[in-house]
Ligand binder design. Sequence first.
Ligand code: A2P
Length: 284
Amino acid sequence: MTEMTPVTDTSLATKAVPALPDAQKVTEVKHYTDRLFSFKMTRPVSMRFRSGEFVMIGLMGDPNPETGKVKPLLRAYSIASPSWDEELEFYSIKVQDGPLTSKLQHIKVGDEVILRPKPVGTLVHDALIPGKRIWFFATGTGFAPFASLLREPQTYEDYDEIIITHTCREVGELTYGRDLIEALKDDELLNEVIGEGFWKKIKYYPTTTREESPKMGRITDLMRSGEAFEDLGVPPLNPESDRAMICGNLAFNLELKEMFEDYGLVEGANSNPQHYVVEKAFLD
Ligand code: A2P
């Protein structure tokens, strides 16, 4: 009788077994300010998502002092990479005493991050009816879903004009978005797939509120005064031509929603596509 090799034991010993459930490997980390960083990780081959959606990601928490048990600490994060990308990118705030981001900000290439591969969200093209111009309104890390949608071919197929406004406290907080938009010009793949010069459809409108920059003020105030429309050379939003997506802090989302209702825009959802959709930034 031939002796059977204990296959399971051998394969376990030679295979790298992820230390975390649903673990993905970090492939890149970039720090922008003491409050902001971005990172990339591997993407499960089977994971599909629509540009603009979010997933739950995180790390194992500290052991429970009584039982010694550890539980995953997960938060919703917008996927900043487009749906066609091989990797997943995220853009995050760092909160020094935040349960997750106090740890997450220290991740390095090769580390593992938990990813629950069940993407959901309302900032998707499916939740909007056809229009001429799309507006992306972001504050802070709320830029993340738009980093995905700005690299999504459908955005340019569906609209003649794409306006992205980003309001941050300080100039350094604009870097991630500014660099990303700048890089679109030289992106050979996107210029080939979407069409040479596709990025000319984008109007980028960055503003700061607490540090001097070429355009100061909250986007909401700049719209109310008419200054933003004048700068951009477009009329105020109207239900015939304009569609919008909002992603920022809660007060910002609510204020814009109110303004949109005054413009006559109706909030949409996956099940009921309309003129605009809202998502709040997922802060620690
Ligand atoms: P401000 O500095 O005037 O509060 P945060 O980092 O707190 O999430 O804020 C990000 C940016 O969003 C800041 O520039 C902040 O401006 C701005 N902001 C906060 N609340 C609103 C709001 N209700 N409408 C427009 N912008 C807002």
